[in-house]
Design a protein around this ligand. Sequence first.
Ligand code: OOB
Length: 533
Amino acid sequence: MPQDWPRHPEKLIRAYREHGFREERTLDALLREQAERHGDRLALVSGADRYDYAALDLLVDRVAAGLAALPVRRGERVLLRLPNRGEYVVALFALLRIGAVPVLALPSLGPADLESLLRTSEACAVVTAPGRGGGAAAAARIGADAPSVRHVITAGPPEEGALPWGSLAESAPLPPARRADPEDLALLLLSGGTTGTPKLIPRTHADYGYNALASARACGVDRDAVYLAVLPAAHNFPMVSPGIVGVLGSGGAVVLGPDPSPTTAFALVERERATITSLVPALVPSWLEEAGRTRHDLSSLRVLQVGGARLDEATARRVGPVLGCRLQQVFGMAEGLNNYTALDDPEDVVCTTQGRPLSPADEVLVVGEDGSPVPPGSPGELLTRGPYTLRGYYRARELDPLRFTPDGFYRTGDLVTRSERGDLTVVGRVKDQVNRAGEKIAAVEVEEHLMALPGVRAAAVLGVPDPVLGERSVAVLVTDGPLPAREEVRAAMLERGAAPFKVPDEVRWAASLPLTGVGKIDKKRLRRDFEGL
Ligand code: OOB
């Protein structure tokens, strides 16, 4: 059988382990250890539910037993499509505890994405719950239709053919099972992607745990931290940078916010005395505005992490004075590499760069178009290799030569500059992607949907600067008849199962699209032609 995913070379893993660059415990053991050490400390808050470490660990044990009884077996994949609710954290650790592999799906994904994830992962179960966008019933139906899926579990209103979440938690806790090997596959994350179908990122206990705990150290997170998670919890940023896993692994408390609006979040900051939270740049202006008029006490907040997309300098400079806390820029990727500005970096570094790699073992190269390194300060593509960066996607070996160098560096597709002292600044992108308010959209995926519209002869999708979203997506269409209105495009794309956030924000007409010498759409020229959009 072909290998599902390429590991780091054995020798390198040994070297990383020797130097403490791989976590030696499984992810669920991190939680268990905290429960044994101080079971009565607060671990998780979700709405009116509060769990100390002992209660959370026991619930994880019960749900693990319930899942094992279905059965969900060691090594089998399970799609989690859950909003920021307690069930997400419990299901995640319960699956890890029985050695099953959670596939983390953001609730904003469309039916087509879910189908593709289920096909690639051959998941045996789906766990879903209604969130802000609803969609749990649709996810349950998709799960029920997928050939690999044997069980659909819903933490919402009863669904025909679905098991209620509550029935899982009624099981007696499992007897201690054989421990998973930390070098085993722990979970699968969704790549932002540049291809038509979503790619899955394999992460092991050893690399994900190291990512989370080393991040906790870099971010000053310890047992006194109270982390407010307002971004969708299945995203890598609120998971391990240091996020839910880093905070629980350090004995701190995680507060799940149901939505990222400042009014909801500020009430939670005050009520739970939150010390750290993380946002994408598109949310920062509304937080700053609301901070000016809120009556909530935000004095507990020590760190605001911002990442996922470019933060402009003017907004960055307002964070400290307005919110009364430190800004930390985070430039990360689900594929691995995390960069942070340090909490004690000079103001200029914090406000104008995206920081430095987390680990001394992270190798970064900034290369020009010919693949050779550029001098400090010059832009080039960021390549990286290290103890927690993937060596290849899951069941997509055909991508290896495109996305990795022969010696194992991951091609991030990000254009960066590196200063003399090693700080990275993201200045652009060579990958064909739109970064819309931190959500990544593969241009080619949207173009495929657009090409299916009647009368569309050619389609190109561009990300153009936007004051609110950072970037908005613009579709440029060559059509036989009249240009379809955005609403028509939206209806057609949703009909085809696309996620709503992937629908272009604007639809434009062109007589033709410029082509490169090899006949591909010349997006650089197209962008120039549409300058001032
Ligand atoms: C995070 O992860 P992904 O996988 O959704 O997206 C990764 C991509 C990067 O390759 C880069 O293009 C962009 O998102 N990005 C940034 C950025 N942080 C990420 N671009 C500019 N400035 C930044 N600060 O987005 C992610 C994962 C872990 C922590 C934080 C973000």
